[in-house]
Design a protein around this ligand. Structure first.
Ligand code: ITT
Length: 214
């Protein structure tokens, strides 16, 4: 009985793209998402230092523990994710967010994507995977699960949906980039959707295919 996902969960991310993806997953199983602003947890300059570890799992757990405390004990989910490219030895990996230094007037996403294309300019093997570790922390449980999705890095950006590296990631499952795919398709085959399914399974919650009648 205790192995359930609570009715209200703090989704502890400052990344609007992640929140847009995670909200409907929780809604589909009848759980309410509280974001950091609604929980009254203001952003602090030292937050990036929380995720200084070398694995997605360790970073996700550190974020979930931090925001569980900072929110005064709300059941908390945190996501640490990124892109691993085989020919780059797994880079950008856990440093995906700040892979490149943005030029004045350039977005971080544009700088990251430009650097990735440059790094792979003469590379034939363009295989990679997105990884998402999701950690859950409440008063008496700590749990970390992982979801992955494979694809190849395109030679130019395609599509306007999603966020981050999505326009450059041609999904093996979908045959289109994650920015061309709609949100449902990305949720179904994507690393975050798969991690969410693993989380609900590990917690014994209702799967995202829909709540049961009983
Ligand atoms: P929080 O820590 O506040 O959740 P963040 O953006 O700092 O937000 P991460 O440290 O986990 O999150 O960095 C993840 C980066 O990896 C993100 O900024 C993107 O560049 C990339 N990324 C992760 N998931 C992605 C996805 O679904 N599509 C495209 N890019 C993604």
């Amino acid at each position: 009985m205790t192995a359930q996902l609570p009715a209200r969960v703090l989704v502890a991310t400052r990344n609007a793209g992640k929140l847009v993806e995670l909200r409907p997953m929780f809604a589909a199983i009848g759980r309410e998402v509280v974001d950091l602003d609604s929980a009254g947890v203001p952003e602090t300059p030292d937050e990036d230092a929380i995720e200084a570890f070398d694995t997605f799992e360790a970073n996700a757990l550190a974020k979930a523990r931090h925001f569980h405390r900072a929110s005064g004990g709300l059941p908390t989910v945190a996501d640490d994710s990124g892109l691993e490219v085989l020919a780059l030895g797994g880079a950008p990996g856990v440093r995906s967010k700040s892979y490149a230094t943005a030029a004045p007037g350039q977005s971080q996403t544009q700088a990251n994507n430009d650097r990735l294309l440059q790094a792979l300019a003469s590379e034939e093997d363009r295989r990679g995977r997105f990884v998402c570790a999701v950690a859950f922390v409440d008063a008496d449980r700590e749990l970390v699960v992982r979801g992955e999705t494979t694809g190849v890095i395109t030679r130019e950006a395609r599509g306007a949906g999603g966020f981050g590296y999505d326009p450059l990631f041609l999904s093996d499952d979908l045959g289109q980039t994650l920015a061309e795919a709609g949100p449902e398709a990305k949720a179904r085959v994507g690393h975050r959707g798969r991690a969410f399914v693993a989380l609900t399974a590990a917690l014994g919650a209702v799967p995202p295919s829909g709540p049961s009648a009983g």
